[in-house]
Design a protein around this ligand. Structure first.
Ligand code: G
Ligand code: G
Ligand code: MN
Ligand code: NA
Length: 250
């Protein structure tokens, strides 16, 4: 309860910020884009993890203004980059079923000037299942703008295959838990291979999350995975435009 009240003022008090984690093409090793990851610095508690405050924001209805802030901030940041990398933004289930979500995305793109093709929205299966008809209608409208739609945390929801069947996703993100367990679990390796095969059959590029070692990277490359993200490739960090400025100064 208390946290929800504090969260209500977090935007105005500039306590929210975004970190950016690189996503890379495996074959060329080139950067493909960044995922924006929300952080909250609470004045007394310090850093509160998103796993903790996003559910609170969702319950209190605050995910609507916070989510719009994230979207605008991420698009604005991406406009400062020299190259036209993609910016990936997580969308909560609550945002996804708002009747005006497509017009919110349209407005933010117009306000910031970001070309639609540079934006990708990451949606979880659970988000779609909550109100499937409405979620799919909104996703179609957003996709029609030219915005990419990625299925996030793939393999952890309860109806992965049905969800893939319902909507033409532009990307599948294999949940990091599979790669993290793959060192010790042949089952986890088999699941990764199966998802890569699924992506190939459906002609949907697959991004593997949780790449923490060189071995992970080598395995994904040999199995034909298209993209990767993880600590081995880069941790979530400060805005790339700020880094570029620092490099120019130094
Ligand atoms: O960055 P980190 O691994 O701590 O993120 C934890 C979880 O919070 C992930 O599931 C991630 O998708 C989610 N998350 C991070 N930023 C956002 C955001 O801006 N909006 C939503 N809805 N979820 C986010
Ligand atoms: O659910 P989503 O995919 O949006 O969450 C991304 C989260 O995964 C971020 O909070 C990020 O900090 C975390 N993450 C990114 N790369 C790695 C990694 O290599 N290992 C682990 N353990 N977590 C990661
Ligand atoms: Mn994500
Ligand atoms: Na994920």
């Amino acid at each position: 309860r208390k946290l929800a009240n504090d969260l209500r003022q977090a935007i105005d008090r500039h306590e929210l910020s975004l970190l950016y984690q690189p996503q890379c093409y495996l074959e060329s090793g080139a950067l493909s884009g960044y995922e924006a990851l929300l952080r909250w610095h609470h004045p007394l508690r310090g850093s509160v993890p998103p796993d903790e405050f996003i559910p609170i924001a969702e319950e209190a209805g605050l995910i609507i203004p916070i989510g719009e802030w994230v979207l605008r901030e991420a698009c604005r940041e991406a406009m400062h980059w020299q190259d036209d990398y993609r910016i990936a933004v997580n969308l909560s289930a609550i945002q996804l079923v708002q009747p005006d979500i497509a017009s919110t995305v349209t407005r933010v793109l117009l306000e910031t000037g970001l070309p639609a093709r540079r934006l990708e929205l990451e949606i979880t299966e659970t988000a779609i299942i909550a109100d499937k008809a409405r979620a799919l209608r909104n996703l179609r409208q957003i996709k029609a703008l030219g915005v990419g739609i990625a299925m996030d945390d793939f393999g952890t929801g309860y109806s992965s295959l049905d969800t893939l069947h319902s909507f033409p996703f532009d990307k599948i993100k294999i949940d990091k838990s599979f790669l993290l367990q793959s060192d010790k679990s042949e089952q986890a390796q088999a699941i990764i291979r199966a998802v890569l095969g699924l992506g190939q059959s459906l002609k949907i590029p697959v991004l593997a999350e949780g790449v923490e070692t060189e071995e992970h990277l080598a395995m994904l490359l040999s199995e034909g995975c298209q993209e990767a993200q993880g600590y081995y490739l880069g941790r979530p960090g400060h805005a790339p435009s700020l880094l570029a400025q620092t490099l120019q100064l130094g």
